[in-house]
Design a protein around this ligand. Structure first.
Ligand code: NAP
Length: 306
């Protein structure tokens, strides 16, 4: 059997992503010992009942002592608090990472507090569901999904290799890019779609002329698929928009221009223009399925998953 990549892993925040990481790290034998920290005693107790780690701590500082790899899996707005809690307890040479959906802000919040001699390398698995909490995680979450790692120009190559190896060991495809590029790419592929979903579901809920019963009953016409995204965790997504403000506002501006163009095409009966756009977008969907990033099934290929 190959030796584990890391001796001691500490995960701070035992929600969907944190509990998926500890389950995967154990299932694929990537670490020898796992410690979990969470500020919520009920979440820690649930994690203990599930038996997904070796040690359970309310205190993040105590949890990282002697850890070789520390991953903060808390909402983006809470990472500075985590950095402050752990900074005096990290051992020299430890790798500190995170999974936040925004990277520039995480760097600004965490990096200034972390001591020299610790390798800080942010990351973001582009995988998830609309569920939260310790029960929501599963070991296969990262299989064949992309994980983005955002090293700095002076990041230690050996530490970077180990972190990339950890994500690859959980079944992820890994790509490295700058935090700035990450935030722009994710603004269009993830953040804007969530904003649109929250908006469309909110608009439908506020429409006076269509009843709630009709919305539920006829939701299979397309609305239903937006409701899945709009059921995502409110704390996490509030933080994403507040912390990736510039990139989201940039793509939102472009989106609004394109929406106005569509409005004009409908008003003026420009069917050719509508048809051409819908043909292009259909090809993008086909490309995503061909790349294995979704199944062709109309339920987003998620049947049977929690
Ligand atoms: P989650 O299920 O809500 O879990 C977050 C956990 O962290 C909760 O138990 C929370 O406790 C705890 N926590 C919050 N602040 C803390 C602190 N200061 N110290 C210790 N624990 C703390 O969230 P998640 O979906 O796993 O998301 C975690 C991170 O992953 C976020 O940064 C998110 O952007 C990123 N991410 C999420 C997805 C996704 O699809 N969900 C995908 C990729 C990346 P409380 O409940 O008491 O706040």
């Amino acid at each position: 059997m190959a030796p584990a990549l890391f001796r001691k892993l500490t995960v701070i925040g035992i929600g969907l992503i944190g509990s998926s990481i500890v389950r995967a790290a154990r299932a694929y034998e990537l670490v020898e010992e796992i410690t979990i920290a969470d500020r919520d005693p009920a979440h820690l107790e649930r994690a203990r009942e599930l038996g997904i780690a070796d040690r359970y701590c309310l205190d993040a500082g105590e949890a990282v002592e002697d850890a070789d790899l520390v991953i903060a899996c808390v909402p983006v707005g809470a990472v500075e608090q985590v950095a402050l809690a752990i900074k005096d307890h990290l051992k020299p040479g430890a790798i500190v990472s995170d999974v936040g959906s925004v990277k520039g802000s995480v760097v600004r919040q965490m990096q200034p507090h972390l001591p020299a001699g610790v390798h800080f390398i942010p990351a973001h698995p582009v995988a998830g569901t609309e569920y939260s909490g310790p029960d929501a995680g599963f070991a296969e979450l990262f299989q064949n999904r992309w994980s983005i790692v955002c090293p700095f120009e002076d990041s230690d190559p050996a530490a970077l290799d180990r972190l990339v190896g950890f994500w690859a060991g959980m079944g992820a495809n890994v790509e490295c890019m700058s935090a700035e590029r990450h935030d722009l790419v994710l603004a269009i592929t993830s953040h804007l779609p969530h904003l649109i979903a929250y908006n469309i579901v909110g608009t439908a809920a506020d429409l006076e002329k269509v009843t709630e019963g009709e919305i539920m009953k006829f939701s299979a016409g397309g609305f239903r698929d937006f409701t899945r995204i709009a059921a995502s965790d409110p704390t996490m997504w509030r933080d994403v928009f507040l912390h990736n403000k510039d990139a989201v506002l940039e793509v939102l501006g472009r989106f609004q221009e394109d929406l106005f163009a569509l409005q004009r095409q409908i008003r003026w009966g420009e069917g050719d223009k509508l048809f051409n756009l819908f043909t292009r977008t259909r090809a993008i969907r086909k490309g995503i399925v061909t790349m294995g990033q979704d199944a062709a099934a109309p339920d987003f290929g998620r049947s049977g998953k929690k």
